[in-house]
Structures are given as structure tokens and as C-alpha cells.
Design a protein around this ligand. Structure first.
Ligand SMILES: [Fe+2]
Length: 209
């Protein structure tokens, strides 16, 4: 996930929804759209409902957390959810609940020719709870936290070289953030995966679903 993008205004929200065109298109750090999003209710600070069409996978190996808790109903398609612990396939009809601290990445299923197959989900998200970002694996088995703002096109590798502050201060363990530097990072992070809405974090799901 990348890019800071705005939620639709209340005035234009319904018109856009009825047109069938997505309110947002989210690209990966390497470019290329991976998510199309429709706001099923006007964006607000409390509870939001989205229709997500995933057309690409999250770039490995980074995991991401989310600014809010969310519940996701997979309407069609199949994807594999990769976490620190394991990888599990989710199929249509499956409803999952995830706290904001949950870290994952998503891999879409592929057809016989290797093309990723889109999937569709309805996602309900709660109020903003935390800054979100990416977690890059380290050789010692820990995970290094990189705020979304600092996660550039090179993914985990490039961030290592271009963001020495993150390298020094944002170390996390498998059980949570443990360095003192994270607090200052959180203050600096104002948006989430889906981007910003009038400077207020919105959706995605540090990604997704
Ligand atoms: Fe996600």
C-alpha cells in the first residue's frame, strides 16, 4: 500500500458510488494498482464500510498492521493471509475479525497461467486507534517497524538504506513495539493505508481486509 489519497466528499460520494467507479485506487510501493475501494457509507470517524476489490497481492516480505480494528467478509475469490506465524487460505463466505495490531500481508490466488485472481470483500472498520506501517523481517527473527510514510518503493530493502532513523529506533519484536522511538514515530504518522481524509486517517487497511 502506498500513496496518500483522499476519501470522497459527502457531496460527491453517492454520485460516484452510483456510477460504479471506485472512490479510491490504491497502488503498491512498486507501482501498479492493487486495490479498488468503494465507500458504501459516507466516510466518518466512527465506523466505515468499504467494498474492496483486490487485483494484486501485497509485496513480500513486509507485513502491515492497521489503524483500526476491522471485520472482513470475503464475498468472492480466494486469498492467502500471511502472518508472522503461518499462512492460511481464506475462501468466499469467510468472515474474519482482526484487531488493529494484527499484522499480515495478502497473496491472491493465481490461475494456471500465473495471473493473480481478483477477490472481493466487504470490510467494516472501527475508529482510528494507532499509526500504521510495515514490518520487515530481520535476520535475528525480529521485525522492524517502518511507518507507512517512510516505506518507499524499494520495500524492506530500500528502507533499510534510506531511513536510518527507522532502522535505529523502530525495532519491534514479535509481540509488539518495544523501542522508545516508536512513540515519536506515531506522532508523525497521520494516515493509513488508504491514505488521508482531511488529514484524518481513513482506511485500508495498512492495507487490507
Ligand atoms: Fe491488511
Amino acid at each position: 500500500m502506498s500513496a496518500s489519497i483522499s476519501a470522497p466528499s459527502h457531496r460527491g460520494w453517492l454520485h460516484q458510488l452510483l456510477s460504479g467507479r471506485p472512490h479510491q485506487e490504491v497502488s503498491t510501493e512498486r507501482g501498479g494498482i492493487y486495490l479498488r475501494r468503494w465507500f458504501l457509507v459516507p466516510h466518518n470517524r466512527f465506523v466505515n464500510i468499504y467494498l474492496h476489490k483486490f487485483v494484486g497481492s501485497d509485496d513480500p516480505p513486509a507485513l502491515h498492521n492497521h489503524p483500526w480494528w476491522f471485520a472482513s467478509l470475503l464475498v468472492s475469490g480466494t486469498y492467502c493471509e500471511v502472518t508472522e506465524r503461518d499462512s492460511r487460505w481464506r475462501v468466499a463466505g469467510r468472515l474474519v475479525f482482526r484487531p488493529a495490531r494484527h499484522r499480515h500481508r495478502v497473496e491472491l490466488a493465481r490461475d494456471d497461467s500465473g495471473r493473480e485472481q481478483p477477490c472481493l470483500s466487504v470490510v467494516v472498520t472501527g475508529p482510528h486507534r494507532q499509526a500504521w506501517g510495515f514490518f520487515c523481517p530481520r535476520r535475528n527473527g525480529e521485525w522492524r517497524f517502518i511507518p507507512w510514510r517512510n516505506f518507499s518503493g524499494g520495500g524492506c530493502g530500500e528502507a533499510d538504506h534510506n531511513n536510518p532513523e527507522a532502522t535505529l529506533t523502530n525495532t519491534v519484536s514479535r509481540t509488539g513495539i518495544r523501542s522508545s522511538g516508536v512513540n515519536s514515530v506515531r506522532r508523525n504518522v497521520g494516515a493509513n493505508v488508504a491514505g488521508r481524509v482531511n488529514d484524518q486517517p481513513t482506511a485500508l487497511f495498512g492495507g487490507r481486509r
